[in-house]
Design a protein around this ligand. Structure first.
Ligand SMILES: [Fe+2]
Ligand SMILES: [Fe+2]
Length: 474
């Protein structure tokens, strides 16, 4: 499964054997390069960056490091190897052979799933476009660019499926993916969180910790798909997603560590004092966490969804680790708890499991996010500081689902508008918080130097030292 880099479009799908498809994708390619030039990382065009590029999809080859000039990154099409005789693991077609082509009756739903996933990839690049101008270190700048080029490649992954399996509408959708823009009022990206700004590095690390993790869960559900090319594509994407979440988890850990160092040294919890010393106070970090967590869990969609039931029953989208779950994988008679508000109280009730699949994936996501937050708290404890980060209750600040339209505290208490407006500045980042964090965003690019508000990482990339010259500006 080596990747052929002699081709205009690197790939491991034997693209050269299908001239029509190859031509169509080569026709899309200049549009992608234009989009990257216009919406990719600001001012990076001449940089040589120490990047990881996949040379094959097996263990040995997917993490190959070297200096790459940014616009010359070799975006391409990489699928995990096919599993021989793979069978469908769930839904009405359970036990049948996985599909190598799209069944006509599921075509429009599958296209919609692929387009929605594909749309998030360029969106995040657009959201992060200006961050390079305020990087806290060369090491962090390199990590940002690594995330950006891989999101660009994830777009390629979805565009390949659209071109290869969906004919003319697929080609039109692939074109439209280059035309929507994050936050644009006329042509916004499809999902809400992908139209929010990522204005500073605290937001970036929160985004990669929480929102890239949404990516992990969506991709994991698609990796179960009966449509085998989608399953193989998303399995490879998941290997890259791991690094994006690492960037977020470690970025937040390092910010917290720096703040705690200063708190311990100065023996203070005083926010104004800490801000005067140029570090990000823990309550502000908590408010950013509350914001990014709540916006991200909305991405899983409505708690009860007939679309989710259809996607599952028809075999398009499975559950997280479907094959490890011990049940019938059909879920006709199964139930799953969802939350609702009754007489001012929040209650859990059993709903049909098929309709509650979004809620289940959201719960899996929440479980997974808590682990990193606990690790951050261990870091705080080491300094003897009494503060613990917490993920808010899943009812907090929701815009989608049965809980939207009600106000809840981060602890999950139902409150009225008055209580919300009196307290929300303690719960969500205020304009002052954002302005303060923004005021810290300088640009540090000397190898081995770090902005005052963040600690150096414990180790460099790929065994290189922390003060390695990860980016050559030329
Ligand atoms: Fe991605
Ligand atoms: Fe990602």
């Amino acid at each position: 499964m080596n990747i052929d880099y002699s081709q205009k479009i690197p790939n491991n799908v034997d693209l050269a054997a299908d001239k029509t498809l190859q031509r169509a994708l080569e026709h899309w390619q200049p549009g992608f390069i234009n989009w990257w030039g216009e919406m990719g990382p600001d001012g990076s065009q001449d940089f040589d960056v120490y990047l990881r590029t996949a040379v094959s999809v097996d263990q040995a080859g997917w993490a190959n490091f070297g200096f790459v000039k940014m616009p010359d990154y070799r975006w391409g099409i990489f699928l995990n190897p096919a599993v021989a005789d793979r069978k469908i693991g769930f839904g009405a077609h359970k036990g049948e052979a996985a599909w190598q082509e799209v069944p006509g009756e599921y075509r429009s739903n599958l296209r919609r799933i692929i387009v929605t996933q594909g749309d998030t990839e360029p969106a995040s690049v657009e959201q992060q476009r200006h961050l390079g101008l305020t990087c806290p270190s060369m090491y962090d700048l390199r990590n940002l660019f690594q995330v950006n080029v891989e999101e660009g490649r994830h777009l390629w992954a979805m565009v390949y499926l659209l071109h290869r399996y969906f004919g003319r509408d697929g080609r039109e959708e692939a074109q439209a993916l280059l035309e929507r823009r994050s936050g644009d009022s006329d042509h916004p990206r499809i999902l809400g969180a992908f139209n929010e700004k990522t204005p500073d590095w605290l937001a970036f690390f929160m985004f990669t910790y929480f929102t890239d993790r949404d990516g992990k869960f969506q991709l994991s559900a698609l990796a179960e798909s009966a449509f085998d090319p989608l399953a193989r594509t998303t399995r490879f994407m998941l290997t890259e997603e791991g690094h994006h979440m690492f960037v977020g988890r470690n970025g937040i850990r390092r910010i917290i560590e720096r703040t705690c160092e200063v708190m311990a040294r100065e023996r203070t919890y005083d926010v104004d004092r800490l801000r005067a010393l140029g570090v990000i106070d823990l309550p502000t970090i908590q408010r950013y966490l509350n914001f990014h967590f709540s916006v991200t869990i909305d991405l899983f969609g409505a708690d009860l969804s007939s679309n989710a039931a259809t996607f599952y029953t028809t075999g398009l989208k499975g559950r997280y680790f479907e094959d490890k779950i011990k049940d019938d994988h059909v879920l006709k008679d199964a139930s799953y708890p969802v939350l609702e508000t009754v007489d001012g109280r929040i209650l859990s009730r059993d709903a049909p499991a098929l309709n509650a699949l979004n809620e289940r994936l959201r719960d899996d996501f929440i479980q997974d996010s808590i682990a990193g937050v606990e690790a951050w708290n261990k870091g705080i404890q080491k300094f003897g500081i009494e503060f613990a980060m917490q993920v808010p209750h899943k009812a907090f600040n929701r815009q989608i689902g049965a809980l939207a339209g009600f106000k809840f505290s981060p602890e999950g208490k139902l409150i009225d508008e008055g209580e919300w407006s009196a307290n929300s500045r303690h719960w969500l980042p205020t304009p002052e918080d954002r302005a303060y964090v923004q005021s810290l965003m300088g640009r540090v690019t000397e190898p081995g130097k770090f902005a005052n508000w963040i600690s150096p990482p414990a180790a460099g990339i790929n065994g290189r030292p922390v003060d390695f010259e990860y980016v050559r500006f030329n």
